[in-house]
Design a protein around this ligand. Structure first.
Ligand code: PLP
Length: 393
């Protein structure tokens, strides 16, 4: 079989794929079957929090593989309970529901919101322009981007759209009808844009006045990505619920939604469920990942390396001022917005051995594994600098 040739025959043409037939990964590197190798600062779209082949994950998987691969939620599964208890210990939340993906976590939370709204005579959900919460019909309804929504309208009703980081518009949109606000602390697919402090103030104030749910989509920002275990810890706001996924499973498909105590009785038995969610293999990898990332020193390193990476990117900007709008983000979730379409930069970076991608139009997104050190960051920055030199000097 030649995967390069067969890919067009087998799949919908939905992805522009990197021209590498991957053999294996190791740490922050990916190796092609042809002997090529790449520094991977995309990490399976912010999933491989500990990089490829991390010993803690491998040994947890090996142990669990020999016990059982799947049981279903009709059984008590120690590994699943241990992971849920650890997440509860690490956060203000008191109930966990495991899913297979971020989208499913958002879908579950939409059901939480819907039921809570019926009970409390509320109706509307506020979502921000440029948001990304997933592609199933519910999650897509609050993914306010025309390119994702337009072919699938109409979607859920009563979604109120507010321009990103426009606190005055948010204040205006909030009312006694508001059931929930969904936000990403830093937009992922929407261009690595951090939510402003003013927005958090308005969200908090509105919740005090009217009583609605604030839902943080921590799917990309969570599990250490920004230097705290969850992004909301950087903010003055405790969300009523969060969705988490991506890094949570350390490479296995695992997501979750978690709610504060006041929502812990929202579902009655049978109202929600999943066959695979909380699968023991995924939870074993998740527990190894969470136990590694939640360590104070580990999170400190992410924060410090984030500062270092950002400062090195800023040096690159100094040499290519004409090409760059700004560098933004937090921890190891950084973006560099270019004045022109970024595709040629992404393609040339790949030729130089650096894997990055584009988020929200012209923004290069950097989401390396959280284990990168300054040497790897320097290597990435050198490759990026060379890329820009080839293209623009
Ligand atoms: N929410 C955010 C912020 C995301 O970045 C993503 C995926 O990119 C999703 C939701 C959807 O998650 P998944 O692709 O795991 O379903």
């Amino acid at each position: 079989m030649n995967a390069h040739n067969d890919i067009k025959k087998c799949f919908f043409d939905l992805y522009k794929r990197f021209p590498i037939d991957v053999d294996r990964g190791e740490g922050a590197y990916l190796f092609g079957k042809d002997g090529s190798w790449y520094l991977d600062f995309l990490s399976g779209i912010a999933v491989n929090a500990l990089g490829y082949n991390h010993p803690a994950i491998l040994s947890a998987l090996e142990k669990q593989m020999k016990r059982n691969l799947h049981l279903s939620n009709y059984f008590i599964q120690d590994i699943q309970v241990e992971l849920a208890a650890r997440l509860i210990e690490l956060t203000p939340f008191s109930k966990v529901f495991f899913t297979n993906s971020g989208t499913e976590a958002i879908e579950g939370l939409l059901k939480v919101v819907k039921k809570w709204a019926r009970q409390n005579n509320k109706k509307e959900i506020i979502a921000f322009e440029g948001s990304f919460h997933g592609r199933s019909l519910g999650a897509l309804s609050i993914t306010i981007q025309e390119k994702y929504q337009s072919s699938f309208l109409p979607l859920l009703p009563d979604i109120i759209t507010v321009p990103f980081n426009n606190a005055a518009a948010l204040e205006k949109a909030i009312s006694s009808r508001t059931a929930a606000i969904f936000y990403e602390g830093i937009t992922g697919e929407g261009g690595v844009r951090p939510v402003s402090d003013e927005m958090f103030t308005v969200m908090n104030k509105g919740r005090d006045t009217y009583g609605y749910l604030i839902i943080a989509d921590e799917i990309q920002t969570g599990v250490g990505r920004t230097g705290k275990f969850y992004h909301f810890e950087h903010t003055p706001l405790i969300p009523d619920a969060i969705a988490t996924a991506k890094g949570l499973g350390g490479g296995l498909p695992l997501g979750a939604f978690m709610v504060l105590e006041h929502l812990s009785e929202i579902f009655v038995r049978g109202e929600h469920g999943t066959t695979y969610g909380g699968n023991p293999l995924a939870c074993a990898a998740g527990l190894a990942t969470v136990n590694t990332v939640a360590d104070k020193q580990f999170l400190n390193n992410v924060e410090q390396r984030g500062y270092y990476f950002k400062s090195q990117l800023q040096h690159i900007v100094d040499d290519f001022k004409d090409q760059v709008v700004d560098v933004r983000g937090m921890g190891l979730m950084l973006g560099m917005e270019l004045k022109n379409p970024a595709q040629s930069v992404m393609d040339e970076a790949f030729k130089q051995g650096l894997i990055i991608n584009i988020a929200g139009g012209n923004t290069l997104r950097f989401v390396p594994p959280l284990i990168v050190d300054e040497i790897l960051i320097d290597e990435a920055c050198n490759k990026l600098h060379k890329t820009l030199k080839i293209l623009f000097l």
